[in-house]
Design a protein around this ligand. Structure first.
Ligand code: NAD
Ligand code: ZN
Length: 349
């Protein structure tokens, strides 16, 4: 078992990375509400429930999918919590991927002005990225994650064996976020991933732990995304546009991030920030893990306009996170439109 302590200015908490059999039960001296979706509950609730020892344990099931990371689900979970008379000493448990994790973080952050919650992330993306760091956003008609708060969990239990039921595309989508961490912050980890097979349990545990360590370092320095944490948006500026243009269907988030990293690399190459060899080796690593690296842009002007939908495009400036070498990034909001358009043109042929 690996244990990583996350230190933020507001809270310190552990992340356990292990097999479910290896860990002591989660004990709580109040009521517990476990929130999940039908798919994850069907697969894993029966092995998780015996691991929760509390005064009373209730389960609340919300529909599966990004479309339900919204206020309707918030209302529904709140109703469950009030019906079962959860109080300020109660604990919420998020059992699921990033969708369940974000929404439970949000609900527990507003329930009676905030109660504690625990994350049991069940996708690779949630284990390496969304369950750590306390960002809890939900969607509305105006866009993704536009309503939310920072609320750090009490603990994160990343049980790697829960990932065995994940389909291969979802698994690869999580690897995209792992590669993102390596390119941004850790050259040796990048080299490790080049030679690794993440189907192997030991390698997978190592890669999850390493990614969480990187995220822990980032959030300890910049909990509220005023600087360094924005580096984790590498691949996302372009990726969010692809998600938007494909209406959040067709490509998974991690797949869009993989393509977005390739686009960011092309921009970095044009600006002579990285070499052709570095660009190629990042692309090869993404392909090694079965991630897409190309996308056909139908209309480059439309693509450009969509950059401004992102809440991070402040004052009509787009901030690009660009690698400066493998293991280092910079943030630039001064890149001339013509240069960005040249990159977009490359993807329109
Ligand atoms: N808070 C953050 O810092 C942060 C960071 C990155 C992403 N996110 C958010 O995370 C969400 C994406 O998370 P995701 O990729 O985990 O998607 P998800 O939660 O929708 O899960 C993907 C699919 O896998 C299923 N699933 C989950 N665990 C499974 C398992 N063990 N076996 C089989 N199927 C399983 C889910 O039911 C779902 O159908 C987005 O809403 C995104 O905005 C948040
Ligand atoms: Zn992401």
């Amino acid at each position: 078992m690996r244990e990583i302590i996350i230190n933020t200015p507001t809270k310190q908490y552990p992340v356990y990375i292990t097999n479910i059999q290896n860990l002591e039960p989660l004990t709580h001296n109040g009521k517990v509400l476990v929130v999940s979706n039908p798919k994850v509950a069907g697969l894993h609730l029966s092995s998780i429930l015996p691991k929760i020892v509390a005064k009373e344990v209730y389960v609340c099931i919300i529909p599966d999918g990004e479309a339900y990371k919204d206020l309707r689900s918030v209302e529904y979970i709140l109703e469950c919590a009030f019906t079962h008379k959860l109080d300020r000493n109660s604990l919420f448990v998020a059992l699921g991927g990033g969708v369940v994790g974000d929404i439970v973080g949000f609900v527990s952050g507003i329930y009676q002005r905030g109660v504690e919650f625990v994350q049991i992330p069940t996708t690779l993306l949630a284990q390496v990225d969304s369950s750590v760091g306390g960002k809890c956003g939900i969607n509305n008609a105006f866009g993704k994650n536009l309503i939310g708060l920072f609320h750090q969990p009490k603990a994160v239990y990343a049980y790697t064996n829960l990932l065995s039921t994940l389909d291969s595309r979802e698994f690869s989508a999580g690897v995209a976020e792992i590669i993102k961490m390596a390119v941004c912050f850790d050259k040796e980890f990048f080299a490790y991933l080049q030679g690794a097979c993440l189907q192997d349990t030991q390698s997978l545990e190592y890669a999850i732990a390493k990614s969480i360590e990187i995220k822990a370092m980032v959030v300890s320095k910049d909990e509220k995304e005023q600087g360094l944490r924005a580096a984790l948006n590498y691949g996302h500026t372009f990726g969010h546009v692809i998600e938007n243009l494909t209406h959040y269907r067709g490509y998974l988030h991690g797949e869009c991030v993989a393509i977005g990293m390739c686009m960011a690399n092309d921009l970095a190459l044009k600006l002579s920030l990285i070499s052709q060899e570095e660009r190629e080796s990042i692309k090869a690593l993404l392909e090694h893990y079965n991630l897409p690296t190309s996308y056909k842009i139908a209309d480059v002007r439309e693509f450009w306009e969509k950059f401004f939908l992102d809440k991070k495009s402040r004052d009509c400036k787009i901030t690009f996170v660009l690698p400066v070498h493998i293991g280092g990034v910079c943030m630039r909001d001064d890149i001339p439109k013509e240069i960005v358009m040249e990159v977009l043109e490359q993807y329109s042929k």
